[in-house]
Ligand binder design. Structure first.
Ligand code: ATR
Length: 284
């Protein structure tokens, strides 16, 4: 006879799709959230071949999957694939979270709110009325622009190696706030309150060509990348005297929390999860 007290709820299936995916921290983050909230969530990582994304999502949906995170290089493809999008995903041109519903796929983008939550809630950084410099004009920069502008900075300047892309991005978001764009050589040499690195430079161990004179002790410097060691931008920021130098680990956990909330209607606590991941990173 089966034990009536041995009841285990049936798990709802979630996954992250990307390529590469082996080092993704999303499965550990979401299993910590599931444990903490008691939600019956099982979360795995799925490596998808280039050209195989639509099929992979279809297979996951057919198997009864409830939701997906999407990472490099499929966020734009996910944007095209979904049946409906949140306003922030619409603007970002990229989807990192899919909720699989009875009537189709709903796409959201939680990267920007993840960054803003990490800046404001976890690190006490004020955005309102402050001057922000955003480095990079690719998908990562585009994904965080609307949520940053929603916090009403005094000015947000996008700087990029290819200046035309910074200008085009600024033009595309000009209706949302005081945003401008240029190349690095045209940067006004005045200090910024917050400098955010949304370029792919850290991945390659490179430093964008930033001038001296834009950092004071009051400037917060944030790299959206993270790793066991500080990125070249974080080292540069310390050398320039920045009083607050941060990596993107908190943003990673916060964007995951927002995805979890979209799927489950329950908002997980993030601080213990960030601390646990930080410890794992430092022991890596
Ligand atoms: P992602 O989706 O990560 O944003 P992307 O769309 O390829 O990736 O964009 C990469 C961004 O990093 C671009 O803004 C790129 O500058 P360009 O538009 O001039 O290519 C920027 N980038 C990459 N390597 C860089 C480096 N070494 N220094 C400065 N910017 C760099």
């Amino acid at each position: 006879m089966s034990d009536p007290f041995d009841f285990k709820p049936k798990m709802d299936e979630y996954a992250v799709m990307g390529n590469p995916i082996a080092h993704s921290k999303s499965p550990i983050i979401h299993s910590l959230f599931a444990e903490q909230t008691g939600e019956p969530v099982h979360y795995s990582a799925i490596q998808v071949d280039p050209g195989g994304f639509v099929q992979a999502v279809g297979n996951f949906q057919a198997a009864g999957g409830k939701g997906l995170n999407v990472t490099v290089p499929f966020k734009q493809e996910a944007w095209k694939l979904v049946d409906a999008r949140s306003a922030r995903a619409e603007r970002a041109g990229a989807v990192n979270t899919i909720k699989i519903e009875a009537d189709g796929l709903f796409g959201d983008n939680t990267d920007g709110v993840g960054l803003v939550a990490d800046l404001i809630d976890n690190n006490g950084i004020v955005i309102r009325e402050r001057r922000i410099l955003l480095m990079g004009a690719g998908g990562a920069a585009r994904g965080v622009l609307a949520p940053l502008l929603a916090e009403h900075p005094a000015a947000l300047h996008i700087v990029n190696r290819t200046p035309g892309k910074a200008q085009a991005l600024a033009d595309a978001f000009a209706d949302l706030g005081p945003v401008s764009g240029s190349g690095y050589d045209r940067l006004a040499l005045e200090p910024f309150d917050i400098i955010i690195n949304a370029t792919a430079a850290s991945l390659a161990g490179e430093l964008p060509p930033l001038p001296a004179g834009i950092v004071t002790a009051k400037t917060a410097c944030y790299d959206m990348m993270y790793g066991a060691k500080p990125t070249p931008f974080m080292d540069w920021a310390c050398q320039q005297g920045s009083g607050k130098v941060l990596d993107g680990l908190g943003m990673l956990v916060e964007q995951a929390a927002e995805s979890f909330y979209l799927w489950r209607g329950v908002r997980p606590q993030t601080s213990a999860v960030i601390a646990q991941l930080r410890e794992q990173l430092s022991n890596a």
